[in-house]
Structures are given as structure tokens and as C-alpha cells.
Design a protein around this ligand. Structure first.
Ligand SMILES: NC(=O)c1ccc[n+]([C@@H]2O[C@H](COP(=O)([O-])OP(=O)(O)OC[C@H]3O[C@@H](n4cnc5c(N)ncnc54)[C@H](OP(=O)(O)O)[C@@H]3O)[C@@H](O)[C@H]2O)c1
Length: 227
């Protein structure tokens, strides 16, 4: 096969990304536009991303996630990446937090699945469990369960510990835990946002069948093996 034909073969995937204005989502966007496997990246966001959205591969949809269903026809992609998330403090209540970390990802997944998407990748969290005593971990466990119930041909769940990277906002508690956890066993050690993104894209390209859980300690290894 000549190199032109090969390029045509490898640049045919469309990615759909939610959370691109965030730390992990921003890194995912960089990876996706650099990847030869993806010819198009649809970004759903609630605010204009600026320069990254002007890349020729990128189609930006600035939307209100409360009205995600209105966008159903354009949410068409082979692979979906969800790095949405908030905190109870930022969202203002547990119910608002749940909308962003549970309802929006599941709604996005349902719409993309109806449009025949084949792989869904989500950033969950270390300790996600429906039976956790912690509300945050329970919501993450619930969203994981909701996605499993949709029976994706390929579902990847990433469960990072504290995420390390440069943020535009100050999160002193996360910063403090990041410093403390650098000395902790691998299970709890912070994970770089760039490693999570690299691993998400690598696993999506591979699209292993059924459900793949990538625990925090394995994320950097997955990311390294993709380079
Ligand atoms: N931070 C950590 O240490 C940590 C650890 C483990 C797991 N996680 C999980 O990892 C995921 C990604 O984390 P991150 O640190 O990359 O998140 P982040 O930087 O806070 O980004 C979150 C993304 O979600 C979007 N978002 C928030 N509220 C929204 C709303 N109401 N409507 C539409 N979009 C909304 C944000 O958009 P705007 O920019 O418009 O707000 C942003 O794109 C989250 O699910 C988080 O729970 C985080």
C-alpha cells in the first residue's frame, strides 16, 4: 500500500469530546488533533475554546448541556471521550454536581450510542463504587454502572487518583494532596493529565471489547506504551 493510501486508511476516525476546556479534556484534544488515526474531532463545550477550536480537524459545538438532546443529529462519532466533571463547591449543590458528573455523561453516551458510536471512554476516579461511604465516589460508581448497562462494544473507564497538571484556577486542597501523594504507593500517587489523555486515546484506538478498567497505577504505563 502506498503511503497516500495508508494515510487515507488511518485518518478516518471521528472523535467526540466533552470537557475539552478542562485539564484532562484539553490534553485529550491535543492528542486527538495530533493523532493520525483521527480525521475529525467534534468538541461539545459550554464556552468557546478559542485557538484550539480553530484547528482544521476540530468542529466546535457550543451548547447548553441541559439541551444536549437537541444536538443528537450532530453527535456522530466512532469514539467518544468524556472528561466532564465539577466539584460540589463549584456546582453549588450535590444535585448540580450529580448533573455534571452523572446525568450529562450518561445522556451524551445514550445519544452517541444511538448514532452508532463504538467506543466510550470516561474519566471516573480512584475508589469509584456505588457502595462507597463517600458521595463523590458513589456518583462515579453510578455513572460507571450506567455506562456498563448500555453494553458498549468497547467501554474504557479510567480511575485516576489526584490529577496533576497546570490549571487556570486555584484548587489548594488538590494541590496539597498532589504534593503529599507523590510519596505514596503507586495506587494513590498523582497522575499527570497528559498521561490520562495519552492512555485514553491509545485505548480508544485499540478499542478492546467489553469493559476495560484502567486503575490509577496503570495509567502512566498505558500512556508510555502508546509513545
Ligand atoms: N481533579 C482531580 O484531581 C480528579 C481526580 C480524580 C478524578 N477526577 C475526575 O476527572 C474528570 C476530569 O477532571 P479535570 O480535573 O480534567 O476536570 P476540570 O479541569 O475541572 O474540567 C471539567 C470539564 O467539565 C466541564 N463542565 C463542568 N461543569 C459543566 C457544566 N455545568 N456544563 C458543561 N460542562 C461543564 C468544564 O467546562 P468549563 O471549563 O466550561 O467549566 C470542563 O471542560 C472529572 O470527572 C473529575 O471528577 C478528577
Amino acid at each position: 500500500m502506498d503511503s497516500r493510501a495508508e494515510r487515507t486508511m488511518t485518518r478516518n476516525l471521528t472523535a467526540l469530546l466533552a470537557g475539552a476546556s478542562g485539564l484532562v479534556g484539553g490534553e485529550c484534544l491535543k492528542r486527538l488533533v495530533e493523532s493520525a488515526e483521527y480525521g475529525r474531532v467534534i468538541v461539545v463545550t459550554r464556552r468557546d475554546l478559542g485557538a484550539p477550536a480553530r484547528h482544521p480537524k476540530v468542529t466546535q459545538l457550543v451548547i447548553d448541556f441541559e439541551r444536549l438532546g437537541d444536538e443528537r443529529d450532530v453527535l456522530r462519532a466512532h469514539h467518544v471521550f468524556c472528561a466532564l466533571g465539577t466539584t460540589i463547591r463549584k456546582a453549588g449543590s450535590k444535585a448540580r454536581f450529580q448533573r455534571v458528573d452523572y446525568e450529562y455523561p450518561l445522556h451524551l453516551a445514550q445519544l452517541a450510542r444511538m448514532n452508532d458510536a463504538r467506543h466510550f471512554s470516561i474519566v471516573s476516579a480512584l475508589g469509584a463504587s456505588r457502595s462507597s461511604p463517600f458521595f463523590y465516589s458513589r456518583v462515579k460508581g453510578d455513572v460507571e454502572q450506567g455506562l456498563r448497562a448500555m453494553r458498549w462494544p468497547s467501554l474504557a473507564i479510567f480511575r485516576p487518583s489526584v490529577i496533576a497538571g497546570e490549571r487556570g484556577e486555584s484548587r489548594p486542597l488538590e494541590r496539597a494532596s498532589e504534593h503529599l501523594l507523590r510519596l505514596a504507593p503507586a495506587t494513590w500517587r498523582p497522575v499527570a493529565a497528559s498521561d490520562i489523555a495519552a492512555a485514553m486515546v491509545a485505548v480508544a484506538i485499540e478499542s478492546p471489547p467489553d469493559v476495560t478498567i484502567i486503575e490509577s497505577r496503570d495509567i502512566a504505563v498505558r500512556a508510555r506504551s502508546s509513545r
